[in-house]
Write a protein that binds this ligand. Sequence first.
Ligand code: GAR
Length: 222
Amino acid sequence: MTEPTVLATFATPSLVAPDHQPAPSSNPLRLGLLASGSGSNVEVIAQAIASGQLNAQIQVVIYNNPTAKVAERAERLGLAKLLLNHREFASRAALDQAIVAALKAHQADWVIMAGWMRIVTQDLIDAFPRRILNIHPSLLPSFPGANAVEQALKSGVKITGCTVHYVELAVDSGPIIIQAAVPILPNDTSEALHQRIQVQEHRIFPLAIALAAQSDAAIYGE
Ligand code: GAR
């Protein structure tokens, strides 16, 4: 069976066509990436930078789990990486304070949560106002929180997808930048569905970062 086409993509059709590549702004964005998992989203962001689709540089990849595959991936990609193991911090706020210090030390201006599985605190949000983005494997506001793919499967919806949004304090809230829809197939498994969602995540994440940067520059200047 052929792969079904995406039924609906992009929450901002008047702004961009799906394959539009935003014009690079003059100064590369300095990204600090936060990741907890395999790091496939880290890799597509690195690829988008290498190909010129995204005018940015990755200052550091911070990860919170010593066994996360993202560490090997960052190594292979030649990216600076730093383990901040959440188990070694007394509180969420203490972890976030260490993250903020590390991001500032690496001169990151934007925080990109690329599969970050920790709840953020006001300490992180206050340190990077309007400049924290997250990717989530559902069409928010449906299915926030953990296990979003399983939640969608269990609910019986026929379409799910992924969302890139600005981060606010409430989990998986904040203004949406781009969404992509993914049909749920009969007899789908969470693994198969998540794989198809990730194909769309990899399309929209670099574009959402570029759009957020363009919007930031237009509103606040460079
Ligand atoms: C992605 O599917 C992302 O949407 C999800 O974790 C995965 C990380 O994949 N994030 C969340 O569930 C956040 N609530 P990756 O490590 O291959 O980039």
